[in-house]
Design a protein around this ligand. Sequence first.
Ligand code: PRP
Length: 220
Amino acid sequence: MVSNSMDYLTIALPKGKLFGLSADMFAKIGYTAEDLSEKSRKLIISNDDKKIRFIISKTADVPTYVEYGAADIGVIGKDVLLESGKDVYELLDLGFGRCHLMMAVHKNQKRGKLMDYNHTRVATKFPHIAEGFFNSKGMQMEYIKLNGSIELGPIVGLSESIVDIVETGTTLRENNLEEIAYIMDATARLICNRVSFKLKFDRIHQMTEDLRKLLALAEV
Ligand code: PRP
């Protein structure tokens, strides 16, 4: 067993779209590890000189590793973080991975107004966020949780609509779906375990400040 020792700072990186950007960002402040690659079958990659350990996790699990302290630090999209409801500190908005959450329907099945979808089925990876949104509109929906390729829902008649993220809009376009309601913006966030923040304050504070400076440079 590899425990999250006091000597090491353990950082959970999500597989998928945020992986490369996160690894590059940490490399720029000197947080590197040999063979740190999404394709590697190694799930834990350490830099023993710098006392850093990266763990490579499925995106939706990053907040879980951080909440339980199996990782001190994590990188995760605000959308996934909100949906998880996990109790962690959010240290920084990293700015990359920008996307937005929205509701979309099939172009051929568009109804007049949002309320016309009341009491219909919505397919989503984000049932909690979706429920918050529809509740705020006074709507009651049936939520069908999917784990990917959400856009299939209305195409195969599983649901009338989807709530999902849009980045470039390509997936919506290529599947004849149209956004009909905006829900929220999301970017990657640096998150931290609450106990680690106190016990490893100096290291985490230094790392956060280094990242803050890096982000400020990128904005110039
Ligand atoms: C996400 C999301 C959309 C797509 C949006 O899926 O669920 O399907 O990206 O991106 P676009 O606007 O640039 O087309 P992801 O690629 O993470 O895979 P998934 O469908 O398996 O969740």
